[in-house]
Write a protein that binds this ligand. Structure first.
Ligand code: AMP
Length: 534
């Protein structure tokens, strides 16, 4: 039997997904990775490389490697690639020929994962793509050996993944921030019909820009420490850029990220290393101006669609860069409502394309099922509320209904002067009083260095994995003292995206009815303390 797949052919990354037993899932490569970098190259022996292998050689061999070809789709821009190092032979490729290599690799990936041939596909494109760009995408699919059943818009696919299929008309804003491009679209959805009302963006803005800003920041830190510049050669700068991306990704889940790059430069005969710690707020200061530009694009898209922010029924985040907490926060503050989540933002376009493929070939398609945590997880802390310091508060670190796996951290300070110990007491539940929830475990951190109240900072990090295992790690910022506790029984629940939406609405209603302070809504401005253990 031959299978039909959904493909997100992205500027930075691509994915292939399929519907099985009514549910969509993204297919992994043999290395287990769900994402295939949209990068093509030839090795020094002339072997075709697609994906991570090609990306790895990009910095060292730009004459044999190409990325972001999607920017050129529909044009006759030629990419010259050196295909044979020995004979120095080069060849010219058109954008759809390069894209066909990526699609071919995705087809192969799907065939290996499914053990069946794959001959048909639904492929997604940005809403602003012209006819020529759509046609080029279709041709690329055909060259790769795929019958392209339909080309659909990325925001439409994202909305499908979020199960926006109500009978009522919904206005949905799709904010898509990937590696190299940013798009915002306003779509109107009635039943199965999705209409793109407006679309704006910047095809030169994305996570790569954040990496470059962080790269410059790291270089500056190096210069301040050692009094010399990081060497300007390709290989060293590529290392610095990779370190920057790693820091960025770490900071989506942690408040601080360490950087250690040995032998990055030298002074005379002495080797110099980069050793630094970057805080989330350092990183946020670097990217805030870029994110402000995306808010302007939102306003333009709303104006073009003749809508106000209040008219929006949902906000959907798409693209790997929307995992950055500041992105979520700025979009929410700007539009006055939280984005829905429930599907991994860098996979939802492929999942939506697979659902559409399933519908087209007459499969019984249900909503996507997601694994969520059924109860909020947090610790007991004293919090500084508008009514004064309240001890024994349940300080939530991972809110209920978060999609797993998930990592989150919060930073707490000591409450008293010269406080030498704190106790980390972990609870699950929804009550604002910690003791009223279910205790999951506790441990002490002792021998804290002396100092005034609030001077010692402790990062508490929660890691919740797909097996329902919660790992709590605490790091005392001064001496780097660490503690860890593993809780095995925190549990997972499977909800459809529809049920998830309902569960969230129920929870919101609960909070609105509650007269006590809703700490979740002011959490970013709250100060949190850990008092001395009893
Ligand atoms: P996409 O084009 O949607 O695959 O997004 C790729 C971009 O998302 C790259 O710039 C990645 O570095 C970035 N990205 C992926 N995961 C994260 C994360 N956890 N935090 C911040 N950026 C991320």
């Amino acid at each position: 039997m031959s299978r039909t797949v959904g493909i997100d052919l992205g500027t930075t990354n691509s994915e292939v997904a399929v519907v099985e037993n009514g549910q969509a899932r993204v297919l992994p490569g043999e290395d287990g990775d769900l994402i295939l970098p949209s990068c093509v190259g030839f090795s020094d022996t002339g072997k075709l490389l697609v994906g991570r292998e090609a990306l790895r050689q990009y910095a060292a061999a730009p004459d044999r490697t190409v990325r972001s070809i999607k920017r050129w789709m529909g044009t006759d821009h030629k990419t010259t690639l050196r295909v044979d190092t020995a004979s120095d032979e080069s060849r010219d490729y058109l954008p759809h020929e390069i894209s066909a290599m990526i699609l071919r690799a995705l087809k192969q990936r799907a065939e290996t994962a499914l053990g069946e041939t794959v001959t048909q596909a639904v492929i997604t494109v940005p809403a602003y793509f012209t006819d020529a760009q759509r046609q080029a995408t279709k041709t690329a699919g055909e060259i790769a050996g795929l019958e392209v059943l339909q080309i659909i818009n990325e925001p439409t696919a994202a909305a499908l993944a979020y199960d926006v299929r109500s009978e009522e008309t919904e206005q949905v804003l799709v904010y898509d921030l990937g590696g190299g491009t940013f798009d915002v679209s306003v779509v109107e959805i009635t039943g199965e019909v999705t209409e793109v009302l407006s679309s704006h963006g910047n095809n030169q803005l994305g996570g790569d820009d954040f990496d470059r800003r962080l790269q410059l920041h790291l270089a500056e830190r190096f210069r301040q420490t050692h009094g010399v510049d990081v060497p300007d050669d390709l290989a060293t700068q590529a290392r610095l850029l990779r370190a920057a991306e790693q820091v960025k990704v770490t900071l989506s889940a942690h408040a601080f990220a360490p950087v250690r790059e040995a032998f990055l430069g030298s002074k005379g005969k002495t080797a110099l290393h980069l050793e630094a710690e970057i805080s989330r707020s350092d990183f946020e200061d670097l990217i805030r101006p870029l994110l402000e530009e995306t808010l302007e694009a939102i306003d333009r898209a709303l104006t073009d669609a003749d809508l106000d922010a209040e008219d929006l029924d949902r906000i959907i985040l798409v693209g790997g860069s929307t995992r950055i907490p500041l992105v979520q926060q700025m979009v929410e503050e700007h539009l006055g409502q939280p984005p829905v989540d429930g599907v991994q933002p860098d996979l939802c376009v492929a999942l939506g394309a697979a659902l559409q493929a399933g519908v087209l070939v007459g499969e019984d398609v249900e909503a996507i099922l997601v694994d969520v945590i059924p109860h909020s997880l947090g610790i007991s802390a004293a919090v500084d509320t508008p009514m004064g310091i309240m001890p024994g508060f349940f300080s939530v670190i991972i809110p209920r209904n978060s999609v797993v796996p998930i990592s989150r951290s919060e930073v707490y300070s000591t409450l008293s002067p010269n406080q030498s110990a704190v106790e980390i007491e972990i609870f699950q539940g929804e009550n604002q009083i910690a003791e009223e929830n279910v205790p999951l475990g506790s441990y002490k951190i002792e021998k804290l260095p002396p100092g005034p109240a609030g001077s010692i900072q402790i990062e508490v990090h929660f890691d919740f994995d797909l097996n329902g295992i919660l790992t709590v790690t605490t790091t005392e910022k001064g001496k780097g003292q660490q503690g860890t506790l593993v809780v095995n029984n925190a549990g997972i629940q499977r909800l459809s995206s529809h049920e998830l939406k309902q569960a969230r609405a129920d929870l919101d209603a609960l909070f609105e009815a509650d007269e006590t302070i809703d700490v979740s809504s002011v959490s970013t401005t709250l100060k949190r303390f850990l008092s001395t253990p009893n």
